[in-house]
Design a protein around this ligand. Sequence first.
Ligand code: SF4
Ligand code: SF4
Ligand code: SF4
Ligand code: FES
Length: 843
Amino acid sequence: MVSLTIDGRNVAVPKGTTILDAAAELGIKIPTLCWLKKVSPTGACRVCVVDVEGVDRPQTACNTPVKEGIAVTTSSEKLESIRKRMVELLLVNHPLDCPVCDAAGECDLQDSCYGLGVTTQDYAALPQKKPIRYDWPLIESDPNRCILCEKCVKVDHEIVRSDAIDVTCRGEDTIIDTVDGKPLSCEFCGNCVGSCPVGALIHKPSKFRGRPWAFTVTKSVCAFCSAGCQLEYHVRNGRVERTTSSDDNFNSGNLCINGRYGYAYLNSPQRLTRPMVKAAGVQAATDWNTAMATAAGKLKDIVAAHGPDAVAGIGSPRVTNEESYLFQKLFRAGIGTNNIDSEARFGYAAAQDVLRKSLGLTGASASIDRIDEAGAILVFGTDLNAESTGVEYRVIKAATKKDARLVVANMRDVKLKKIAHSHLKYRPGSELYVITALAKLIVEAGYADTTAAGFDAYRSALAAVSLAEAAEKTGVSEADLREAAAHLSGKKSVAVIFGSDVIRTGSVAETVAALVNLALVAGALGRETGGLFPIDEKNNTQGLLDMGVAPGYLPGYRDLGAAPFAEEWGKGLPSTPGKDLWKIVEGIEQETIKGLYVLGSDPAGSFPDSARIRLALEKLDLLIVQDILPSATTALADVVFSASAAAEKTGTFTTVDNRVQQLGKALHPAGDAREDWDILAEFYGRLAGTSRQRSTAEIRAEIARLVPAYGESALAKKPYDFSAAKPAFAPVAPSAAPVSGFRLLAGPILYHNGATSTFSDNNREVSPSAYVEIAAADAARLGIAEGGTIKVTTAQGSVTAPAKVTERVQPGLLFAPWHFRETAVTALLRGGSALIEATVEKG
Ligand code: SF4
Ligand code: SF4
Ligand code: SF4
Ligand code: FES
């Protein structure tokens, strides 16, 4: 520790602390302009100057480290005068166009002028007019307003690692611009704009949409991916016009394009604003009473004629915990069936099943901020940039600022490759070889954490694994495997992160079991930092499963028919497991299931094998669909309940790392639409003949009574206790699917999340349509040029889309984003897997 005095008061702080941070420890606020806590200091504005006794010139507090015994003065007439002069100098070339600047009212330069009493400007300079970049998508840059604080560049380089903008043309003409001078082409996270203290960078979609003080600001949680970033909606005239995130939030103010600009789907003219009922084959808008009565009447008729198991439900990872809870209650207590499942069946539910059985884990083993401090990180089978950007920001921080070793393993290149210390690009289907080879090398190097049971048997099984065979099967050299294992060995803690490229493409149970073994052996569990982190693209998949939207268990993973539930709900409950998603589809095909209630998802449009599902849904006697936007499934519905988006309701989401976060209601649902919980509560009342629940707080109180893991108020999930888990190694023999011909991999991309963001004009501006990535060697062989049309065919059908010729995918592999309704890539998939054999030709 280093001891010093600041304004006469003693303080002791760790070595390396800046004077600014040391002063903050004492509650002394030194003014700043170019300093931003989350990035390295620039030391450009000199507004933070302080006097250090015995040093001639004032020092900048934001980038001067403390020294033993120094005496610092933060406030004096001289310092105020220097600060004032610095701000006056900034004004020399700054246009005083505050009346038309979007930042007016929240501008740090305005605030500094006001705070320091800068009322005149005594310096003169030749007027300069630098061109404004109107040609960038989503972001506008006016270099005339720029004070060259470099916050935007540092955020872009240090947090996002996009390296899209920089300080260019040093000297008098210094500006912030794209590195190549072309229009901005980047991740469009808008974090640079969020950090700009003046109006030099602004969000184009919110330009002139309202002064900062004219907005009603509501704190809430992002409703796209499972990182659960905290944000603020800014609403004016019944529309969300922008979203921001405070640096004090859990996510340090960082968002991705979906959190920053995806809100535009809320304002889509395509929103479903009224309930609809189909008559004589045509859907027509109606009132709520008619829609509810029609749906409830038909559903009761089906149950009376065919029994409760003739009805099924498909839930949604988009809705709140309270809504998922009510949805499963509707089926179990209101109808009497466990036929309820969701798209989690395609990977996350199966992965979670392994984690629950082997580790007692229902999600990640620790909160994602533990990744920041891990000694090493393995990112396996996920493009975090697309699946969970908020988690990727943490990996970037750990690997570039905290000295964590980063190993990235995937069948294709992902963004993290550029900062990875080791990159393993394995053949599709050879994951088990990669995982077991890494575990074997860690064990053989003597770094294995052996605390879990069954280590000796596991070590024996690993001894039989041949590295040469692993190298041959995976296409990754032995040397690369050894290097990766060395990075993961002997660290204070390890974070193992995995996602859709591994849990949605193969034999999930075996792969996840092998990853659990690797996590145990590498020391990812039971330590202060690091952990095991399954990732899912959608925001509330975790809450959906926690709340029992699954055929085999009740909320809190309790046994079917558990007494407290029957007591609380006042009904005898079905105790045999229901049908899972694919069995539900089969049941509809075989006409044993006649009624289906789909909540917030699009099985006929966005699920794998969607063409098959669409044909099945056409056979139903009753299809009820509750959603916010039109889809292939709403088009087939007999009854449509127009529902609400996250910004329009109250309730909670649970992130994959088990943080339960409350939504803030920023808007009323569109038109006559209603909050999902409100629809479900009324519908339950109509079916069950009981009084309905009146608020999400009332529902939460019920959850709290029945799901102990959600605590007394159902607002916090109990942290995972590894010491109570009694984990054991479960050896898995490596195997690899033989690969011949092409494979198509479908998955998420950065610029979208699910299909929701495709209704956002902002997201569409930078990512308008689907494409297929093909390896350069394959493209050359097939005569396919960049941007030329490519036709991909699987046993399920064909799609044509523009080709992206790239080295990101290896020869034999194709990648296509699954978001776009008009290019139904998911229709090409089969059985829930996102990886499928395909043929390719020039389109
Ligand atoms: S929008 Fe994001 S990626 Fe693009 S320049 Fe700004 S910080 Fe970088
Ligand atoms: S554009 Fe904004 S954040 Fe970037 S250097 Fe200029 S003033 Fe600072
Ligand atoms: S989509 Fe995910 S990473 Fe992006 S802002 Fe939302 S929660 Fe954060
Ligand atoms: S805040 Fe310290 S130099 Fe700008």
